[in-house]
Ligand binder design. Structure first.
Ligand code: AMP
Length: 331
């Protein structure tokens, strides 16, 4: 028997993106940030603040700038370690837009027009930016640029990931192997947090009721009020039943995600709400304290962005170089 040295398994590259279209909320923390932080040892993750995506709909320039800075600051406060997980502002790495154009050249108009978000927003009437049609291609560029192997996705983003896989495979087949074709993953630790006032809708930065969203910077009294007013039902039994008791199910799941304990079906609605309030506060208090410290040192936050962009740029540039060459562009 011969013994051969086994190479360490290649570390997986993962990308998690956040759009600076609103304040980060509990859904972002439990569904995306905490899984990202939990995977810092196992995967080479990239956290992307997708400011270019924030411009696909009517936007306020000052708000995009402020929200982007707030998001980096909150990511650091929540425990993203930029020495392991670069926090990249999309517009700082010009290769995103360059690869976007190159990928547009392998995308059909019909393929882009079939994307649900474009269909829904354009059907609603009013002006539609051309970038809303093409942003799934920019999203594909975001992923392919960094040789990403895994993208954490919720059901509502499956269509975009599928487009990315289709474009990468098509490009590789026609022009020679250029891109890593990514897989969608659902991290076990990722919770799906529903709106507390409208528990059949996902808690969102701009969607949902607005009154059922817990912002990561909301003060304790606001958190308490939102949870005390969370919609329940008249079944009067604490039970996980997403169909018949979506509000109670959401509270049970939030409690479990905050504490790391398995979901439990005991107690009364009042007790459950108190427990959820305590658990959310216990989670947010240290993040808010660290956020306050970081806000006092804006230079540090800007340096994290600049250093992160510097670190990922060589990979991005190498990918674009491969794509340019494959497509027939001269050096
Ligand atoms: P977005 O808020 O759309 O920029 O999404 C940023 C990240 O947070 C993505 O990974 C989303 O899947 C995740 N996310 C957003 N809202 C929720 C939610 N209500 N529950 C769980 N994850 C969420």
């Amino acid at each position: 028997m011969t013994l051969t040295a086994t190479a360490a398994p290649a570390r997986t590259r993962r990308l998690t993106g956040f759009k600076p279209t609103g304040h980060l909320h509990l859904g972002n923390l439990l569904g995306a940030l905490r899984p990202l932080i939990a995977a810092q040892d196992a995967a080479d993750s990239v956290a992307l603040i997708a400011d270019l995506h924030a411009m696909t709909v009517e936007h306020d320039p000052a708000a995009v700038r402020e929200l982007a800075l707030e998001q980096v600051t909150l990511m650091l406060a929540a425990g993203v370690d930029p020495s392991r997980t670069p926090i990249v502002l999309q517009s700082h790495v010009a290769q995103h837009t360059e690869l976007h154009y190159l990928l547009e050249c392998v995308t059909g108009f019909g393929e882009a027009a079939r994307m649900i978000q474009f269909k829904e927003k354009s059907a609603a009437g009013g002006p539609v930016r051309l970038s809303l049609l093409t942003y799934p291609v920019l999203m594909a560029a975001d992923i392919l640029l960094y040789d990403i192997a895994q993208v954490p996705v919720g059901e509502d983003q499956n269509q975009h990931l599928e487009l990315t896989r289709t474009l990468a495979t098509r490009f590789n087949t026609r022009y020679g192997h250029t891109f890593t074709v990514p897989d969608g993953v659902r991290p076990e630790s990722a919770a799906r947090v529903m709106d507390l006032a409208e528990p059949t809708a996902k808690m969102g930065k701009t969607s949902g009721s607005g009154t059922g969203r817990i912002g990561l910077l909301d003060p304790p009294e606001v958190v308490r009020r939102i949870i005390s007013r969370a919609v329940t039902d008249d079944v009067a039994v604490v039970r996980r039943d997403p169909e018949r008791q979506p509000g109670i199910t959401n509270l049970i799941d939030i409690l479990s995600a905050c504490t790391g304990r398995p979901p439990t079906e005991t107690g009364s609605y009042g007790v459950l709400k108190r427990e959820v309030t305590d658990a959310v506060e216990a989670l947010l208090t240290p993040i808010q304290a660290r956020h306050a410290e970081l806000v006092a040192d804006p230079g540090h936050v800007r340096r994290v962005l600049a250093d992160s962009a510097d670190r990922v740029r060589p990979t991005a540039a190498a990918t674009v170089r491969r794509a340019r060459t494959a497509l027939g562009l001269l050096d």
